[in-house]
Write a protein that binds this ligand. Sequence first.
Ligand SMILES: [Zn+2]
Length: 315
Amino acid sequence: MKKLMDTEFFTLMKMTNGVFAAIAKPGKGAFSNAGFVDLGTELLVFDAFNTPSAARELRQQAEKLTGKKVKYLVNSHYHGDHIFGNQIFEEEVIISTEVTKEWIKEKNAIGDMETELTETTQYLHNLKLQISIEENEIIQQSLTNQYLEMTKLLDELPTLKLVLPSFTFERKVIISGTERNAELYCLGGGHSPSDTFLYVPQEQAAFMGDIVTEELHLPIFQPDNFLTILKEIQKIDIQVLMPGHGQIGTTEKVDTMIQYISMLIDAVKDAQNADILLADFVANFVVPSEYEKWKGTQGIQRNLASVYNFYAATK
Ligand SMILES: [Zn+2]
């Protein structure tokens, strides 16, 4: 692993031969990590950041570094911080699952510009109020980062265009290159309704999207399947991986995610078996010390509630 350069939006790292990570700088408009694979004659980019500016910078640096052109963009899942840079790759093949494409269309539609600008400005105003009254310092910092990232997005809103994936798959697709292949896998949804990760078998390297993040109370969409996905990933020979948020690492990060989600599920099941109501469960929950410093705008409480509601609904 080697640091190649710093840009305004991200730090560019070489993970291994032909596999590069762009690690987001906080509050600068990238918001999530992205990466690219040198397939041999062309490049594949994984995720497109929260703003077109950050995505444009990634494209330029990737093409300059390798002397090759981007041919593919992958959207790991529908969340805005991974897809709002799509327009920079409008002419290329944009790949996602069919489910992710549907959710991008549904959830990230950009409406009438006047309304969008007014609503985003209002949202930022409310966020500022929330920051000023938040007592938990870690949540306050997370909200401040959210504020900075959304301000960057607001700056670009007038020229922002939602570009949808042009090629969809369901569970697996292999993109063959002359030097190395990129394999895309979707084992259903865990963090979102449909989560894709990328694996380069020749280099034992992976881009995880938000299936793996670092010290973050990331949203949990489907806890059961999230665990199943992570356990399947444990079986793959991965030497180096890039999480959706956080620094490059090894499968230790996968193990940590499994422990975190298992802890939430166990706590919820104990509470439900004892007929403890959601509000009491959340209010009395003692955060294990290993998760005390984890970030996230809604802390662990949001996940306690979403996991609780998930199992309450399946009873
Ligand atoms: Zn996400």
